[in-house]
Design a protein around this ligand. Sequence first.
Ligand code: SF4
Ligand code: SF3
Length: 539
Amino acid sequence: MSMFCFQCQEAAKGSGCTVAGVCGKKEDTAKLQDLLVHILKGLALAADASGNVDKQTGLFLAQALFATITNANFDNAAITALIKQAMQRRDAIRAQLNCSCDDDCLVWSGDESEFVAKGGEVGVLSQPNEDVRSLRELLVYGLKGLAAYVDHAAILGFEKEEIYTFMVSALASTVKELSVDDMIAQVLKCGEFGVTGMALLDEANTTTYGNPEITKVNIGVGTNPGILISGHDLKDMEDLLKQTEGSGVDVYTHSEMLPAHYYPAFKKYSHFVGNYGNAWWQQDKEFASFNGPIIMTTNCITPVKDAYKDRIYTTGMAGYPGVQHIPERTPGGSKDFSAVIAQAKTCAPPTEIEQGEIVGGFAHAQVMALADKVVDAVKSGAIKRFVVMAGCDGRHKTRSYFTDLAQALPQDTIILTAGCAKYRYNKLDLGDIGGIPRVLDAGQCNDSYSLAYIALQLKEVFGLDDINELPISYDIAWYEQKAVIVLLALLHLGVKGIRLGPTLPAFFSPNVAKVLVENFDIKAIGTVEEDVAAIMAGK
Ligand code: SF4
Ligand code: SF3
């Protein structure tokens, strides 16, 4: 076995990638990422022992974890630089503490030539007990998802020291000998901070750009050259829209950037013309036919094809070898997209791949503005059930389940969605219930917070004691680690009976899966027929 990674839903054979990642991650990159996580654990141990987690350490830890999320950063040079920085930060804290602990992640200080080999020693399988490994990795993946959201919030100037403090102590806990109960408690605590982190990002986004509003988004193309922007970073979106204004270049969103159209602050730009394509995994074809430059602000970037390799850019924590990286903004400044804009002017307009519109913008403020209508529809029986179908999309053929389920659900159901999972059904004509569309898209994966918020508000409106008494079912599609923090956040909120698909995580050991089933009634998706029947029966 040359590498081992099982952090995402597409882990080879449902157990783990051992030769190269299905995602395209090569052995050396996998080992560098393993070493980075290992050294970050040492940094967390040192920071935790110091009793004072400063913002710089917290944010660095979050950014470095973010770089190891599936499909975020394939660039060995970028991961190597993060390992070096992590060591320096770790050693600086240890020097102040006069620390004498001898955990490997704290004391190992090899140079760059040894990084890959060392990464091979300290990866996931270095923990021999499968249940300990399972609980520790579940926590690490939850922290990676949380890290991504925390980074986005920080970019907009919103930070909470208590989140950083938790992240540091939780990561440090993964190298301590804890009881099973204590490890489970850490995982659930991560869900609690998942809610805090998503609430913080929601506050950051809505304070900066306004509350998302019902919006129709064009999925056709215009006649100007365009720039396609993907990922989750709204600050990059803002900088790009400002810099392209009046340039003759149009801006299109891709995949998880679609919800940018829902924010009032971006509606004023007439050159912000639409969304191009689908979820991340179809990017190789869609980026080729887009014809203009593409900016990947975060995950999900997939192996870059020759057809567009000279016109794709990464920025933030995203990276890919040989792809130009737009540097960070200076404090108070903007990122410089001038090279991208200059290139766009030399490109042909996008080739049209579809026509029409999709509707979204149903984050919590918009849904609560319709609350009377929604409550009346529930009371009158016009809406029988809500089905939360948030999460990720992916390549697995079995994901057609989510399209089929959306189509098979009775006409008196509403689908609440967020994340790129929506591309499985957001272009279907599923109709409306008294003017309320049957698919309500709250936004990006982090906007799953909105769905939880809506559920909590409905619980109050209906005077219920338990969120599980609401006529809401959860049928979650997962792929990468942001979905893990969303799942843990739902568990923290007490949601039971979540269906998860297309497969359960490879990192759930049989015993850990048993605990989750017994305590939270988590289940794998079944057939569409069985699941629709069970959902409608409230099971
Ligand atoms: Fe495999 Fe997923 Fe890990 Fe990539 S991220 S190496 S596909 S398990
Ligand atoms: Fe999608 Fe990658 Fe997860 Fe943000 S963009 S939800 S998969």
